[in-house]
Design a protein around this ligand. Sequence first.
Ligand SMILES: Nc1nc2c([nH]c(=O)n2[C@H]2C[C@H](O)[C@@H](COP(=O)(O)OP(=O)(O)OP(=O)(O)O)O2)c(=O)[nH]1
Length: 140
Amino acid sequence: MENNPTYLFVVAAALQDRNGNFLLQKRPVGKPMAGLWEFPGGKVEEGETPESALTRELEEELGIVVDASALEPVAFASEPLGDRHLLLLLYRCESWEGTVETRESAELIWVAAQEMDAAEMPPADGPLVDQLKLLHPISA
Ligand SMILES: Nc1nc2c([nH]c(=O)n2[C@H]2C[C@H](O)[C@@H](COP(=O)(O)OP(=O)(O)OP(=O)(O)O)O2)c(=O)[nH]1
């Protein structure tokens, strides 16, 4: 799908800590939409499932190991992005191995879904944030 000229296929994670806050990272200088806050993740590459792509991205970007079974689908976005069409799958994840730390010099913040409106995010993310606000509190 990565090379499909029509679709940009992206996966992202709403990592949730014990306080119920979610992780956002700042898109680095040099990338499109630099400076906006986003959910960690990235493009699905050829031969990957969405879940294997996301576990790869989380290890590359944050140094954590996530089991695909811990990825809970919560929302998706489907909208034009430049001359392509973005399909973004968002998963919630509450458990991982390792300590979250940026591997790509990105700024990280933990923030409640209810407070995410204050963070400037890509246009596709607004409805995703709305879905996070509706989620039940984290499991015991
Ligand atoms: N990771 C992420 N990407 C998002 C979000 N919202 C949103 O519109 N996007 C878009 C921005 C980009 O066009 C695309 C992700 O591409 P990217 O370039 O960051 O992915 P990547 O990590 O695979 O990057 P690269 O290896 O190509 O440098 O999805 C979001 O919340 N998280």
